[in-house]
Design a protein around this ligand. Structure first.
Ligand code: E4P
Length: 223
């Protein structure tokens, strides 16, 4: 399973990159706003995406904000021209699906975002999306089951050998990651906090403490 970080914050991306387990980045307009607020100024979108691409050797999703076919196509081409790592993020709306179809024919990689149903995922794959992003946490927020959505997408894609990669998004905690991996999602995109939590286990901490204490006592034992 590939690990993407879900942020536009360069410091967070650097920290995850330094762990050596980062395969890519997903951003969205809200994350750009957050990174700009943290920087105390409006970050230049295209320059910022370029900076992320220079940092991470992997797919970097950059989202369009146009909602008509023409606007999506224009923005998508400009975003794809920034760097070869760019994957254009397109919302799962009618004009988005039309644009995904055209972009895939042009060889531009697309992450189809805001997926909340298996039928949406099926249409995105038929249109030629490189990635489909089911939003697990946001489905859970509606008292529904994000993991059930993911399972349905996995099954449908497997039934027809669809090549679109499944990118589990809106991940809120490690159980989302475990279940996504068990279901065979190709990618999980997570905030830095969740990536760090994947490491945690109190028995590891307790075991290490005990080993280090015992090692000290071993070294003090006379030969
Ligand atoms: C995915 O690409 C989205 O940026 C993201 O996962 C949305 O997550 P959220 O529901 O926590 O905002």
């Amino acid at each position: 399973m590939k690990f993407f970080i879900d942020t536009a914050d360069l410091e967070e991306i650097r920290e995850a990159h330094d762990m050596g387990v980062l395969d890519g980045v997903t951003t969205n307009p809200s994350l750009m706003k957050k990174a700009s607020q943290r920087a105390g100024r409006r970050l230049d979108f295209h320059q910022h995406i370029f900076d992320i691409c220079e940092l991470v050797d992997g797919d970097v999703s950059a989202e369009v904000t146009g909602v008509t076919y023409a606007a999506i196509m224009e923005e998508a081409k400009a975003l794809a021209a920034i760097h070869s790592n760019v994957v254009v993020k397109v919302p799962l709306i009618l004009d988005g699906i039309k644009a995904i179809n055209s972009l895939s024919k042009l060889g531009i990689k697309v992450n189809c975002t805001l997926c909340f149903s298996p039928t949406q995922a099926l249409i995105a794959a038929k249109a030629g999306a490189t990635y489909i992003s089911p939003f697990l946490g946001r489905v859970d927020d509606m008292s529904a089951d994000g993991m059930q959505l993911l399972q349905e997408v996995v099954t449908i894609y497997a039934n027809y050998g669809l090549e679109t990669q499944i990118l589990a998004a809106s991940i809120r905690h490690p159980v989302h990651v475990v279940k996504s991996a068990l279901m065979g999602a190709h990618v999980a995109t997570m905030p830095l906090g969740v990536i760090k939590k994947l490491l945690l286990h109190p028995l590891t901490d307790r075991g290490l403490k005990q080993f280090l204490t015992d090692w000290d006592q071993y070294k003090q034992t006379p030969r």
